[in-house]
Design a protein around this ligand. Sequence first.
Ligand code: NAD
Length: 256
Amino acid sequence: QLSGKTAIVTGSNSGIGLGIARELARSGADLVINSYTDTEEDHELARKMAEEFSVTVRYIQADLSDGHAARGLVERAGACDILVNNAGIQHVAAVPDFPVEKWNAIIAINLSSAFHTAAAALPMMRKAGWGRIVNIASAHGLTASPFKSAYVSAKHGIVGFTKTVALETAEEPITCNAICPGYVLTPLVEAQIPDTMKEYGMDRETVIRDVLLDRQPSKEFATVEQLGGTTLFLCSDAAAQITGTTISVDGGWTAL
Ligand code: NAD
């Protein structure tokens, strides 16, 4: 279905990005996977995925906190039919205590990197006559939580950026949408569980149900495979007229 297309997925050596990359490869897309590290495991991951799905997979290191590096990622890929802006980090602190360098890093990685990659990718999509941009926002792109000011600001920002790119490409065979996941059990979230158990004096199941999934009415995590499937749908012909919008994959969070 996607054979002959090249997909770039940012922040894809782990978690949601890796899940999306695997679903795109399963559908036949050639891949560029990315993170800020450059380890043997990163390149081995690319080799294994290429073998598993019989597609081309390249690992390209780029630290997306740097706008030049973000543009360089797309330029080094040389082609970009599908751009998935997924890389993201989190930091939790009240506004007066929020470290300025954390604020700047979150805005740079979670928001500005998508501007830079899209700026480099759009001319390639226009030349190819087809393109899909999928921005991984969050339920926090539509709602807020205390102590997550930078993350919530960046995620609301990327929803606005998504709408703007959609309008700039509205008359072309290019779409730009955002996916808004609720909680997904990635290494990022898994790492928060032991500390939260200690903090609240709760067992693992209670932390998951009453703290993490407190706002997720389904009381279930979304999965990286479901986010991969949602991305595939946005890349399909059925979604050709879906642009400038958000799709929530949040077990009912934003219905509350
Ligand atoms: P994760 O930590 O497993 O993955 C984040 C990815 O981004 C990793 O591959 C990491 O290497 C990469 N990354 C971090 N900093 C980078 C940098 N400077 N340059 C390049 N790559 C960098 O986390 P995840 O949960 O898979 O999150 C992926 C995206 O999904 C993020 O944008 C996150 O905000 C969003 N999201 C996650 C959840 C969740 O519950 N896990 C919910 C909503 C939205």
